[in-house]
Design a protein around this ligand. Sequence first.
Ligand code: PLP
Length: 318
Amino acid sequence: MATETKSKGGGDVHIKAGLIWLNGEFVPQEEARVSVLSHALHYGTSVFEGIRAYETPKGPAIFRLDEHVERLFHSAKVLRMEIPFTFDEVKQAIVETVKRNGYKACYIRPLVWMGARTLGVNPLPNNPAEVMVAAWEWGAYLGEEAIKKGAKLITASWARFPAHVMPGKAKAGGNYINSALAKMDALSAGADEALLLDDQGFVAEGSGENIFFVRKGVVYAIEHSVNLMGITRDSVIQIARDLGYEVKEVRATREQLWMADEVFMVGTAAEVTPVSSIDWRPIGTGTAGEITLKIRKAYLEAVTGQRPEYEHWLTYVQ
Ligand SMILES: *Cc1c(COP(=O)(O)O)cnc(C)c1O
């Protein structure tokens, strides 16, 4: 019965985030509450980040913290949100959230949103915006078997919005209606992830991942165009070049992916995930590609502090 599963406003949350940093103070998760009249809840006026901390030989380390905080501020700028904290204060809040919760490895979610001072369409009376940082334990990667098997992608009937429709380079809550619609359809169709095309039919990105493909030993990164400028994408381009691969940034159609030797998706959450099929067509051998796995291995070594050349990407939590 519907009544049995009725949610009591956040009461059914399964995420265990411990202490949450909310507008400058740490509060237990149960006390980190916001108004149902928040502008962001009604109109999607929020921006966020997805960051990871990994266990390293020198303790937990946050991967590319500066770049994530910088993007958070840039996203806020696009939405004309005033963050009432400095860059360093937000950075410190993120480090402290990991530290106070005693996590070794976790996913970190900073969020900036327009609060409850008005429900008019114009959100500016809500400046300065509200800010929170939550984190929850997230250690193990997908098992190696799942990785070898690869992910099944299906092209979404929803296109990624063009640059004059929505600001795709801002990591904004409202943008995620597009991602959520595509992801739901992909899962309902039995796939693992959606492949979104842009409004001209070229490959854009996954619901929350950037796309790469490999052909005759060359690694191709899908151009920024309308996509989010992923920090993992940037890291993977650098790692692939350091491994000696030629990397080109290109615009591509979906059949170029179907014809590729390898396809993989990258993102903070997805890390480097091989793609085994797209639209029921096996990619290459239909399992994880060799170059994909090499890049994946180097990426995982970088984030876990096993590659001195990438140590400048790590912020140790001590
Ligand atoms: C966050 C996100 C990505 C991945 O970005 P990373 O910085 O690598 O985590 C890709 N696409 C979309 C739409 C995203 O929101």
